[in-house]
Design a binder for this molecule. Structure first.
Ligand SMILES: *[C@@H]1O[C@H](CO)[C@@H](O)[C@H](O)[C@H]1NC(C)=O
Ligand SMILES: *[C@@H]1O[C@H](CO)[C@@H](O)[C@H](O)[C@H]1NC(C)=O
Length: 364
């Protein structure tokens, strides 16, 4: 004991514990702020620990090269050849992907018998939406005789109803099933179920049309692109399906089979021409909760993100292993290839420059 303290021992202990308490409270509140601010990022970073990947698919190898006969192509897949081709129906729920829809219809026109398309006047989250397909119907006149369209009226959102998005989505699917039956589809026809931006390749549709013994239901493995075909991401798009139609077939956009045809087409997400289409999609759909700051919707920021191949929501990649997570971190590398893209896109390269290598600058 060197010197005596001016305080009695009890108070001294109180001061000492107070001195400890303050940094503890500080550290705690800073951590709370960080965790709430970055909760989504932290949970994505730790996804490999809390989430399990979807059950793996059984991939059907896909063969194609130009100028090989259909009997030979079918035979390479272990299938026979039909004497007459199946009819093909293409069913999509449309939101606002006008350019990519034009590419879809232009690409598939020679192979598809009916383009069935449903558009609602509100999003799943109840935000009113203009009928952009109907307003731009002239752009699709080239496929007009094959289009079966309907508008789904969605009621003004009931405030306080948390189940709204679920109900609206279910009513979209119901209405699409009604529309499909109205389109004249029959047992044995091919039915493609997809979002507008999930485009099967012509060679995939040809197999579906001509080959005998294809599975009743299979998923289509599509190559994922972001913003344009300049930014290939991976091959993990699986939600699109091809069905041989039966009376029990219902429209769905989820897991329906363990089978998946490999390399069956393209999935181009956020492949919009104008910045305001980006902001609409960011606010309107299931991504709405990811817009954590108003600055995310700033047009200059969106333009920069598109040209750099960065993430619109500043989020980490959704991956199930740390290896994939770290591999995908950071911007998507640019590709200079415009090989094996939809031929309608290449034929109309001037019109769709913004979807091709070097075309990232968008109009306001
Ligand atoms: C395509 O195949 C046919 C018959 O097998 C052949 O006569 C023709 O030369 C081929 N065309 C090309 C471009 O290879
Ligand atoms: C959609 O249209 C219906 C009927 O045309 C209308 O009653 C409804 O209010 C509209 N919904 C929205 C969100 O505008």
């Amino acid at each position: 004991m060197a010197r005596t303290s001016p305080y009695p021992p009890l108070t001294r202990r109180k001061i000492a514990s107070l001195k400890l308490l303050i940094p503890c409270v500080l550290v705690l509140s800073v951590s709370v702020i960080i965790v709430t601010q970055y909760f989504q990022n932290i949970s994505y970073l730790l996804r490999p620990l809390w989430d399990t990947p979807p059950r793996p698919f059984i991939r059907i190898p896909h063969y194609y090269a130009p100028n090989i006969s259909m009997p030979q192509l079918c035979q390479l897949h272990g299938w026979g050849i039909l004497p007459t081709p199946r009819r093909v129906f293409d069913a999509v729920l449309f939101s606002n992907e006008l350019d990519i829809l034009e590419i879809r219809y232009g690409e598939l026109l020679p192979y598809v018998d009916r383009f069935v398309i449903l558009e609602a006047n509100a999003t799943f989250t109840g935000i009113p939406k203009s009928l952009s397909f109907l307003e731009n119907i002239n752009r699709f006149a080239f496929a007009g005789s094959k289009i079966v369209y309907d508008m789904l009226p969605v009621n003004e959102p009931d405030p306080g109803s948390r189940h709204q998005p679920f109900h609206v989505e279910a009513s979209h699917r119901r209405s699409l099933n009604v529309l499909l039956r109205r389109s004249g589809i029959a047992v044995g026809d091919v039915l493609i179920m997809a979002d507008a931006d999930e485009i099967p390749s012509p060679e995939t549709v040809q197999l579906l049309k001509w080959c005998d013994g294809i599975p009743q239901v299979m998923h289509l493995e599509l190559k994922n692109y972001m913003y344009s075909f300049e930014f290939p991401v991976d091959y993990n798009s699986w939600r699109a399906t091809a069905h041989v139609f039966t009376e029990h077939t219902l429209y769905r956009h989820s897991r329906q089979s363990n089978l998946m045809l490999a390399d069956a087409g393209w999935h181009c997400s956020f492949c919009f021409k104008d910045i305001n289409e980006f902001t609409f999609k960011m606010k309107a759909y299931s991504h709405a909760d990811r817009v954590k700051q108003d600055s995310f919707l700033n047009p200059d920021r969106i333009q920069r993100v598109i040209c750099n191949g960065e993430d619109l929501f500043d989020m980490l990649p959704e991956e199930y292993t740390f290896r994939d997570l770290f591999k995908k971190m950071g911007p998507i590398p640019k590709s200079a290839s415009a090989v094996h893209l939809p031929s309608y896109l290449i034929k109309n390269a001037d019109k769709f420059r913004f979807l091709l290598p070097g075309g990232c600058l968008r109009s306001g």
